[in-house]
Write a protein that binds this ligand. Sequence first.
Ligand code: HEC
Length: 178
Amino acid sequence: MKHKITLVLFLALLPGFVMATSAEQLFKTAGGYGCTACHGKYAHGGGFVGGNIRGATREKLDIAFKTEPTMLLLATVMDDNKRNALVEHLASLSKMQLLEWRIGESTTTKVVTVKADHRAQLVLFNGTFDSLSLDLSALGAAHNYQIKAYDTQAITWIPKAGRYPLFFNNEHFIIDAN
Ligand code: HEC
């Protein structure tokens, strides 16, 4: 009996899970190089040729496939289902407050603010020539969080009210949640 319930639960949750992973997978691999090549791993833009497309509507996506010379090749392999899945993926990303720290590009202090108790995503870009390690324990992540040279990683968490000061060498990235 218990097994039956577990199985039913599993089957009920499976489609949602597969949808979520496949949309994310599609975003990473579409056309071989993925949307990520131009819009960043987290659709945040991140200094690549395409901008931040979090929360883009189906209409905007269709227009881009028609008018962006760099996206024309992708348009032919993106059917209705795939486009809808991509839009859903972009919508789910847009529900998080986006913070971006490009590490190694300046030595100044940056202060950003977020709404407390709302999911936030900190996108970290390692712009240095070496792997680096950050103490992100204040965000519930590792105290020696590793990022390879030129790689982008993201931390998702729900900030409580307060100040989260992050450091790398003499670079300060301070998150104020209120
Ligand atoms: C070869 C580079 C490249 C790839 C790959 C690419 N795009 Fe784009 N995309 C662009 C450029 C350039 C623009 C125009 C600049 C902008 O609006 O960000 C754009 C625009 C867009 C827009 C319109 C943004 C707006 O505000 O109107 C959307 C939506 C979009 N892309 C989604 C995607 C999705 C989803 C994928 C993957 C299936 C993808 N793009 C793959 C380069 C690319």
